[in-house]
Design a protein around this ligand. Structure first.
Ligand code: NDP
Ligand code: 8X3
Length: 252
């Protein structure tokens, strides 16, 4: 075993690819999400390929009690977490501020921001006791620039950016690395979730250019985690070559 990583939102997209990447490098993994069947499927497929231990935990990161029940009471073996990847998150809707659904705003803030805080607080005592650890927070280009109709999602990701900076300062005395990764357009279930199952709308997002893949983001996450312990990537923005930032996309 080369280490232990906990990856939230591992039932799909980036989290799934990150779990596979870490397992391929000999890491034991704790994989979390709400869809237990997806996590179990991933666990079985990884175990067929790599000799690693996997703990599946299904809970909603919005539910503080559930987060604590699942994470604060991990057995000694599963407390030795070297890397926490706070990846679980979503966008819901793409509407003008005055028209956006307030429940969508609340779900994004409760998941992307508060969920990340709950998970991190539950895990931190284990890292602090070991005087080491690496927290990797999944931000977005939407954490760097606000775009039209991105209001609530951008706000939640700006908060992730701010929190990553704050964690890096406060956790300095505990020798804990904090990295924020900010991807641009990547083809996962992200847009299908954002557009609430509307496949046509979701498909349009990725037309006319080559988006990032989940594997691209997993490779980058692994890169950050695999650097020597005295090196910390603070902030990393990764876009497709066809994308400069939230505004400029070179679509054919
Ligand atoms: P997916 O929809 O493919 O995956 C999202 C993951 O988050 C799923 O595993 C889902 O699991 C989990 N999740 C969502 N809500 C909750 C919740 N309440 N409790 C627990 N788990 C939850 O999208 P991506 O892989 O693309 O997204 C991963 C992260 O990357 C998100 O934070 C997203 O904002 C960010 N991102 C995505 C970009 C993109 O273009 N794809 C670009 C920049 C950032 P389940 O449904 O089983 O609970
Ligand atoms: C996802 C990228 O541009 O849809 O975080 O906000 S974007």
């Amino acid at each position: 075993m080369n280490g232990l990583a906990l990856i939230t939102g591992a039932s799909s997209g980036f989290g799934k690819a990150i779990a596979e990447k870490f397992a391929s490098r000999g890491y034991d993994i704790i994989i979390t999400g709400r869809r237990k069947n997806k996590l179990e499927e991933l666990s079985s497929s990884i175990k067929q390929k790599f000799p690693v231990k996997i703990l599946v935990l299904d809970f909603d990161v919005q539910d503080k009690k559930a987060v604590d029940q699942h994470l604060a009471h991990l057995s000694e073996e599963w407390r030795q977490i070297d890397v926490l990847v706070n990846n679980a998150g979503l966008a819901l809707g793409k509407d003008y501020f005055e028209e956006a659904n307030m429940d969508d705003w609340e779900t994004m803030i409760d998941t992307n921001l508060k969920g990340l805080m709950y998970v991190t607080r539950a895990i931190l005592p284990f890292m602090i006791a070991r005087k080491k650890g690496h927290i990797i927070n999944m931000g977005s280009v939407a954490a760097k620039e606000v775009y039209e109709r991105g209001n609530g999602y951008s706000a939640s990701k700006f908060a992730v950016d701010a929190l990553s900076k704050a964690m890096r300062i406060d956790l300095l005395r505990h020798n804990i690395r904090v990295t924020a990764i900010h991807p641009g357009a990547a083809e996962t279930a992200f847009s299908l979730v954002r557009f609430k199952g509307n496949e046509q709308e979701a498909q349009k997002v990725y037309e006319g250019f080559t988006p990032l893949s989940a594997e691209d983001v997993a490779e980058t996450t692994w890169f950050c985690a695999s650097l020597p312990p005295h090196v910390c990537i603070n902030d990393l923005v990764i876009t497709p070559t066809a994308q400069a930032n939230s505004f400029y996309l070179n679509k054919k």
